[in-house]
Ligand binder design. Structure first.
Ligand code: CA
Length: 479
């Protein structure tokens, strides 16, 4: 009995003590609902064996909630940053690639110009030595070919042979066929483009006499106004060559046009267009990557093959369009290349290929003929030289050339908006003569001029522009 009483007393005493130190705690739970909690210190335990209780649980819940929120926020932000960073990196890479591409193009162009500069310096030195040599040689007695009072016409522009012109040695050299009439060629004697322009002003233009025949193979009578078909969109297309196969071979039709942009250190792309409309719109239906690099603007198409000069070599290549492979390759004997004997505009135009009614031709020069134009007719299958002609036209004195019906025509200037076709050499007679048929360089930098047999027009690449010219040919002479 005493024991029970003592126990009750202790309980009351303890309760009273506990009530003195009881505390009320109020706060929101995890869902935001207000909760009241009473706390009473333990009468026997100095500390809890483990943490817990509603307050800690509430804190834990809040902490978890915050952690989730922070994780979501930080995770989302990180994703956004990473996306933006990836996009920026991609744009930077693209810009870098573009800049590198342009740098490579410019590098290629710089190398080409340096090469041309070297060639020009070499030629200047040769001319200086030649001038020196001629100065030291006594002049033979001579009479002027034309009294100064007479009007200047064609061959009347001829300078006296043996004069002090640095080109005099070229004037006195007969061609291989012993043709001396070519010596009367003013283009040969006066190679500078400036003089050719002067000549253009004073030489009579042969007037059409109503005898032209557009189906025959007579001499060129006149060239029409340039018609622009397409402008290249980037620097690679400042110079180029565009072509049409006069005897197209399946799978390509006769209306197909082909184009090569020739600026760059790795010129290999051949673009094919279904027809003129697609070319004008700039929508190629075929792009071929050639196995060898192309040098300059002298390429041509014939019977299903692209013919071109391999870069930095005198090697001619026949590339079969149908099988997309090289069908023949052969060196053009002794031909200058890579700036040795270019046209006056440079551009490594050492070897110019052409197609006309009589087949495939190469226009070039050699060391032996000291820069004069050599014309060779080629076997279109094997690329072997069938026959050659040496003219008296200095190759670097003319802007370009084209062949129609076995006759080579040269253009005086590549920049003058109004220039002339100043010379014709006929392979049938091995005779040449000066002429002055008006010709326009509408865009003032003509890097390619060729006869297009399929349309009987001239095709040209004038300062980014692909242009064509109508032609009028005279009636063929009866021999
Ligand atoms: Ca040409």
């Amino acid at each position: 009995m005493f024991f029970l009483l003592s126990l009750c007393m202790c309980g009351l005493l303890l309760r009273g003590d506990a009530q003195d130190r009881a505390a009320l705690w109020r706060g929101n739970d995890r869902s935001g609902r207000c909760q009241y909690t009473f706390t009473v210190p333990s009468p026997v335990e100095a500390s809890c064996p483990q943490t817990g209780g509603p307050e800690v649980e509430g804190l834990k819940a809040r902490l978890s909630l915050l952690e989730v929120l922070v994780s979501q926020l930080s995770g989302g932000d990180t994703g956004g940053h990473q996306g933006a960073r990836a996009r920026a990196q991609s744009e930077l890479q693209e810009a870098l690639n573009r800049v590198m591409g342009e740098r490579n193009l410019l590098q290629g162009e710089k190398e080409r110009l340096e090469g041309e500069l070297e060639g020009l310096q070499r030629r200047m030195e040769e001319m200086r030595r030649e001038t020196e040599r001629l100065r030291n040689r006594p002049c033979p007695p001579q009479t002027p070919a034309v009294p100064p009072s007479l009007p200047l016409q064609g061959s009347a522009l001829m300078r006296p042979a043996g004069g002090s012109s640095p080109m005099s040695h070229l004037m006195t050299r007969p061609n291989r066929q012993g043709d001396s009439s070519g010596l009367r060629d003013s283009a040969w004697q006066h190679g500078s483009p400036g003089f050719q322009e002067l000549k253009a002003e004073v030489t009579e233009v042969p007037a059409p006499d109503g005898s032209e025949d557009n189906t025959g193979c007579g001499e060129l009578v006149s060239v029409g106004e340039p018609v622009t078909h397409r402008k290249a969109d980037n620097i690679e297309g400042k110079y180029g060559v565009w072509m049409q196969d006069p005897e197209a071979v399946s799978p390509y039709g006769p209306n197909m046009f082909w184009r090569i942009d020739t600026i760059g250190s790795d010129v290999r792309k051949l673009f094919g267009y279904e027809d003129m409309e697609q070319l004008s719109k700039g929508f190629p239906s075929k792009v071929l990557l050639l196995p060898e690099q192309v040098e300059s603007t002298g390429a041509t198409l014939y019977r299903g093959s692209l013919y071109f000069q391999r870069r930095r070599s005198r090697t001619l290549i026949r590339y079969d369009l149908a099988s997309e492979s090289i069908a023949a390759r052969r060196d053009l004997p002794h031909a200058g290349f890579h700036g040795q004997f270019p046209y006056s505009w440079g551009g490594y135009t050492d070897i110019d290929l052409a197609v006309d009614e009589q087949g495939l031709w190469a226009v070039y020069s050699t060391v032996k003929v000291r820069g004069a134009i050599v014309i060779s007719q080629l076997d279109p299958y094997s690329l072997e030289v069938k026959k050659s002609w040496e003219t008296n036209i200095r190759k670097n004195s003319v802007a370009n050339s084209f062949i129609i019906c076995g006759k080579l025509y040269t253009v005086a200037s590549y920049t003058a908006p109004d220039t002339v076709i100043n010379y014709m050499y006929d392979t049938e007679t091995s005779q040449g003569k000066a002429m002055a048929i008006p010709f326009k360089n509408k865009h003032r930098y003509n890097s390619m001029i060729d006869y297009n047999l399929a349309q009987r027009k001239l095709f040209a690449w004038d300062n980014f522009h692909m242009v064509s010219y109508d032609l009028r040919l005279g009636r063929q002479q009866a021999n």
